[in-house]
Design a protein around this ligand. Structure first.
Ligand SMILES: NC(=O)c1ccc[n+]([C@@H]2O[C@H](COP(=O)([O-])OP(=O)(O)OC[C@H]3O[C@@H](n4cnc5c(N)ncnc54)[C@H](OP(=O)(O)O)[C@@H]3O)[C@@H](O)[C@H]2O)c1
Length: 205
């Protein structure tokens, strides 16, 4: 599928590489297509990853990953123009930076675009896990939430293509739970000194 990646930094860049390797076409929406990190990203898959203005990338995509700092969420989404009909994958977390004056990044997205087809995913564990979700022979878990089953099914497949075991925990009313899980990840990684090489696993009898 055609996926716009708005914010090809630590997390967006990794998702772009993995999805391109799985055969998707990645339209990177960037403020500076000539920047070295964008050029290097395109070099990893010249036939599948191309750079555009954020608006152009979004207009040609079926799904749009938003992976900018939460504080930039409203402006970054507003710049995309009319994005009705697209699935918006929200990989932002508001643990350190806030999407003010909004509380949750999804509120900023809806305010900026009028599109509530949002799936919260990929935001709660360190970006390094995107390219390497395996801990020995155990795959890390990914959780997502969103209001529309069809959007979640597409996003689940994209997360599974990264190698995650995926749990759908419900509607966007669960967003704060996932934000809290992101805060927990940060606290474990930095507060206890475990470092960034950690993820979560649900154990089940
Ligand atoms: N890093 C992680 O481990 C991790 C994990 C989970 C979730 N997240 C979340 O993912 C989002 C991105 O984090 P990241 O670590 O990937 O950040 P990053 O490396 O700084 O990348 C963010 C990208 O957003 C774009 N951008 C657009 N508007 C911006 C603005 N006003 N200010 C700054 N950048 C802007 C920039 O791309 P252009 O310059 O090309 O436009 C930049 O490359 C954040 O919401 C973060 O909380 C990060």
């Amino acid at each position: 599928m055609n996926i716009a990646v708005v914010g090809a930094g630590n997390i967006g860049g990794r998702l772009a590489r993995v999805w391109a390797a799985k055969g998707h076409r990645i339209l990177v929406g960037t403020r500076n297509p000539a920047e070295e990190k964008i050029v290097a990203l395109m070099r990893t898959s010249p036939e599948r990853i191309t750079a555009h203005s954020p608006r152009e990338a979004a207009q040609h995509a079926e799904a749009i990953l938003i992976s900018v700092p939460a504080s930039a969420a409203f402006n970054a989404v507003q710049e995309l123009g009319d994005i009705k009909g697209r699935i918006i994958i929200d990989a932002m977390n508001a643990v350190f930076r806030k999407p003010e004056p909004y509380t949750r990044t999804s509120e900023a997205i809806v305010a900026a675009s009028g599109n509530d087809h949002i799936v919260k995913c990929f935001n709660w564990i360190g970006a390094e896990n995107i390219e390497n979700p395996m801990y020995g022979n155990v795959a890390a878990d990914m959780i997502l939430c969103g209001n529309y089953a069809a959007d979640k099914s597409v996003t689940q497949r994209l997360a599974e293509e990264c190698g995650f075991v995926v749990y759908d925990i419900g509607g966007m009313d669960k967003e704060q739970l996932i934000e809290n899980a992101a805060a927990l990840w940060s606290s474990l990684a930095y507060g206890t000194g475990l470092g960034r090489g950690i993820a979560f696993k649900v154990l089940r009898r």
